[in-house]
Design a protein around this ligand. Structure first.
Ligand code: DPP
Ligand code: ZN
Length: 880
């Protein structure tokens, strides 16, 4: 397989001004007739041949301006169709036959349960017809769908329905027209026996938009939260970005078999049902929040992605990074800002930093890829969002808004680049972002090291800040980045006013206790004056940049930040760092053959945190949650992670924290009851979060507390509390208690596939030697289906990502199991197969005994005869 390079970008030689598609859907095949109104790009210097992408298509007819082409006028390969000579302007008619029923890749047109649906991003449209399947070719689409009326009463595509008719033979036909030119990746089609809920939205410009969510009849009762989220998103985008919706209808369709979360097709968003359906009885708080965030994300794409789209797939972060930043701010406004920030920072630090340090590391704007599907990554999405956030920090909210207005106005209807986005931000603000652009081109996580010096006599406090960035594949040497480091100084009585040397003490900064230092050099000094006591630096407030931070805090300093700093993120981070430092010490004790003893400073700090009812319970819960084993393994990568040692140390700390603060846990458990009817609102979510964490720690403290979990399980009226209780029973109860609870849960919920996915995921993370056998036997359970990505993610990815100790069994059986599943999915659904590889790509991070076993499985996969391009790319890069 050959790589594609950003450097090699060429504008298209032809445009397709109008696209007319006619689908005839049948039970064993589908025919597609495409009429493409093509026009030569006057700026192109290419010859007059036309290459159209196309895969897994059966060509049935081909004509230019009504004249069928002779066989020597074109050539077909497994990549597409080459027509040797075409005119300047012409109508190309292509008839193809495809097999959606056999399409297990869930890319292009396929069947999920009984409905037809599509997924075209990034390069799925070429499995529907021959086309210029690239985002810089934007076309006005008219789509006619014909199907059997009884089986497929609902026929949907993008834009407005302009014609409907019943046909004589029990079939019917609907025609859709989308007035907004769009790239093929935003095309969508749905046909099925679907039902909908409907609502309306009045836009700020006075447009009345009809909103519909289409689902199977049984799911109609689970759509309201998604509808509410959609209306909130539409309002928020008007208020915060001045963006108004631009059509009279907006449809969402839920499908069960979907490779991703959802897809922003113009006016016809298609969602993984797990990201749209919810009800208090079946969905956890986290599930409600996911639905709200993803509905918002896809809606926001209407501007950041659809109206202004990407020139090529190297620019993917242009729409994804920006849209993730937008949805993160939306979620922060709808719920708790600090808790949202902590959650995002956790994902970034535990998963994106790992990606940045691994064999697949790539810049936010990658320079090459073999398979674009492998680049829908945490780096492009989450780090990309952090890059946009830093621009927001550097410009300030007002100038950022001027920049986004300019970007949308200047590029409306165009396919553009990350550079165009940055330039609009610069032009609107006057801020020079030349150095900042390195965030788009350099991979790897920068390390910021801070040292300080306090001169009591002169009342002067100096920070010395250095930055560096480790080498990544293809990028041995890095230039310094522009890093906004938000910070403050903590004194005995609270945060101190900041007076930076060389800055005028104007009224605005005089009692300012927070500032943003701009790091641009390998080493810089920042001098603060009139500092009357030795402060504790409060660094990287709000996680102001996606960097690793190194400052030698003492445990006492971390305790001070944890209990008294103004910045919620810094308080949480101090608690995490304190836990890491204590875990380090325990690992050392265990290595030396000693009984672990936990620093009482940490335990007391946690106990007082727990007893402080003035704090946000959600933040308290996050502060008391210990880092995951996989994150600890990531941090230990340099010396070679020892999974058993990590596990034992973490268990020891968990038990100590549980027992030391048992009465506080019990008190928190009792006082955090929600008496109001269930609502997915910040206050209730916070209370449930602390209560369920308390339940977990109580069960760690004493076996008899399992009784609390059993009582909670029996009395629960929502899935958050029920599943939390089940998790505690299954992880901390006896075998019998665990089996009984899991069986009863299955009996109660077997009719609901999304609930059963949570049951599968919970079991994938169960402790003990029998874990792998359990996962294997669940793969044969009636509730499992290898064709359904949600089930594979719940059970298989759940096991390999969240069950560190059992996945890394010393006999290598965990690795062999994962490789077996990847082998089975390799040809059927390459995108999912490739994603499952992730934990194996980290083989260099472990002790050689495990690392070699992991590598052996990668080598075995590399030798498969029919390796998909997706799997090939990840396996080969991991072995390089
Ligand atoms: N564009 C989708 C999303 O991230 C993914 N295909 O919203
Ligand atoms: Zn997106």
């Amino acid at each position: 397989p050959r790589a594609t390079f950003l450097q090699e970008y060429q504008p298209p030689a032809y445009f397709i001004e109008r696209t007319e598609l006619a689908f005839d859907l049948y039970e064993d095949y589908t025919t597609v007739l495409a009429n493409l109104h093509c026009l030569r790009n006057a700026d192109s210097t290419a010859d007059n041949s036309l290459f159209l992408h196309g895969e897994e298509l059966e060509l049935q007819s081909l004509a230019i301006d009504g004249r069928p082409l002779a066989e020597d006028e074109y050539q077909i390969s497994d990549k597409g169709l080459l027509i040797h000579r075409v005119p300047e302007q012409f109508e190309l008619s292509i008839g193809t036959r495809i097999l959606p029923q056999d399409n297990a890749s869930l890319e292009g047109l396929y069947k999920s349960n009984k409905m037809f649906c599509t997924q075209c991003e990034a390069e799925g449209f070429r499995k529907i017809t021959y086309y210029l399947d690239r985002p810089d070719v934007m076309s006005e689409f008219t789509v006619t769908i014909e199907a059997e009326q009884a089986r497929y009463p609902v026929l949907l595509s993008n834009g407005n329905a302009i014609h409907e008719e019943s046909l004589a033979n029990g079939r019917h036909r609907v025609r859709w027209h989308d007035p907004h030119p769009k790239p093929s990746y935003l095309f969508a089609l749905v046909a099925g026996d679907l039902h909908y809920i409907e609502d309306h939205f009045h836009t700020m410009g006075g447009r009345e938009v009809c909103l519909r969510i289409f689902v199977e009849a049984k799911d109609l009762g689970k759509c309201q939260h998604a509808m509410d989220s959609l209306k909130k998103s539409m309002r928020w985008d008007e208020e915060v970005y001045g963006r108004e919706y631009d059509l009279d209808i907006f449809n969402i369709v839920a499908v069960d078999d979907f490779n991703m979360g959802a897809m922003e097709n113009k006016s016809l968003n298609i969602f993984n049902s797990s990201c749209v359906l919810c009800s208090p009885e079946t969905t956890t708080d986290a599930g409600f929040q996911t639905v709200e965030a993803i509905v918002a994300h896809e809606y926001f794409h209407n501007w950041s992605g659809n109206r202004v789209t990407c020139r090529d797939w190297f620019q993917l972060s242009l729409k994804e990074g920006f849209t993730v930043f937008r949805d993160a701010e939306f979620s922060a406004d709808m719920g708790s800002r600090t808790v949202k920030r902590v959650a995002d920072a956790t994902v970034l630090r535990s998963h994106q930093f790992a990606e940045d340090a691994g064999p697949m590391a790539h810049p936010v704007r990658p320079e090459s890829f073999i398979e674009i599907s492998n680049f829908y990554t945490l780096t492009v999405y989450e780090k990309g969002a952090e890059v946009v956030r830093m621009i927001h920090t550097l410009l300030g909210a007002e100038a950022f808004r001027r920049g986004s207005d300019l970007y949308f106005e200047r590029h409306d209807g165009q396919a553009v680049t990350c550079e165009d986005f940055v330039r609009a931000m610069e032009d609107a603000s006057g801020v020079d972002l030349t150095q900042f652009r390195r965030w788009y081109s350099q991979a790897g996580t920068p390390l910021v090291t801070v040292r300080d010096d306090y001169d009591a006599e002169a009342e002067r406090y100096t920070l010395t800040v250095t930055q560096s960035c480790p080498p990544t594949p293809g990028q041995p040497h890095k230039e310094p980045m522009l890093i906004p480091l938000a910070m403050g100084l903590l004194g005995e009585a609270g945060n101190l006013p900041l007076k930076l040397a060389g800055q005028a003490p104007d009224a605005e900064t005089a009692d300012n206790t927070s500032t943003v230092l701009l790091l641009s050099e390998p080493e810089q000094h920042f001098v603060f004056e009139q500092v009357r006591e030795r402060p504790v630096p409060s660094l990287l407030r709000g996680f102001s940049a996606p960097v690793r931070l190194d400052y030698n805090y003492s445990r006492a300093e971390l305790c001070a930040l944890m209990s008294r700093d103004d910045d919620g993120f810094v308080r949480w981070d101090a608690a995490q760092q304190l836990a890491l430092s204590v875990l380090d010490e325990i690992q050392q004790q265990l290595t030396d053959g000693q009984e672990p003893s936990v620093d009482p400073l940490y335990l007391d700090a946690c106990a007082s945190l727990l007893a402080d009812t003035s704090l946000d319970p959600a933040l308290v819960a996050e502060m008391l949650r210990l880092p995951t084993e996989s994150y600890l393994a990531e941090l230990a990568a340099a010396e070679g992670a020892d999974v058993e040692l990590i596990h034992r140390a973490r268990e020891a700390l968990e038990t100590a924290l549980a027992q030391h603060a048992e009465s506080q846990w019990l008190d928190a458990y009792r006082r955090s009851v929600v008496n109001a009817p269930y609502a997915p609102v910040a206050e209730q979510i916070a209370a449930r979060s602390l209560r369920n964490l308390s339940l977990y720690y109580l069960a760690c403290a004493k076996a008899q507390h399992i009784g609390l979990a059993q009582a909670q399980y029996a009395a629960a009226t929502n899935m958050t509390d029920r599943l939390a209780a089940l998790r505690v029973i299954s992880q901390r109860g006896t075998q019998q208690q665990s089996d009984e609870a899991l069986d009863s849960f299955y009996r109660d919920w077997q009719h609901d596939s999304l609930v059963i996915n949570q049951w599968l995921q919970l079991q994938s993370a169960m402790p003990g030697e029998g874990a792998l056998a359990r996962v294997r036997s669940l793969m044969d359970h009636e509730a499992f289906d290898l064709r359904n990505p949600n089930k594979v993610r719940a059970l298989v990815a759940g096991f390999s990502n969240n069950n560190s100790l059992q996945f890394h069994r010393p006999d290598g059986a965990g690795y062999a199991f994962l490789a077996e599943v990847i082998e089975q999915l390799n040809t059927r659904n390459p995108q999912i197969a490739s994603r499952l590889l992730n934990p194996l790509t980290r083989w260099r991070n472990y002790r050689p005994d495990r690392g070699e076993l992991m590598k052996a499985q990668l080598e075995r996969l590399a030798a498969l005869p029919d390796l998909s391009v997706d799997v090939y790319e990840v396996v080969s890069k991991s072995l390089q």
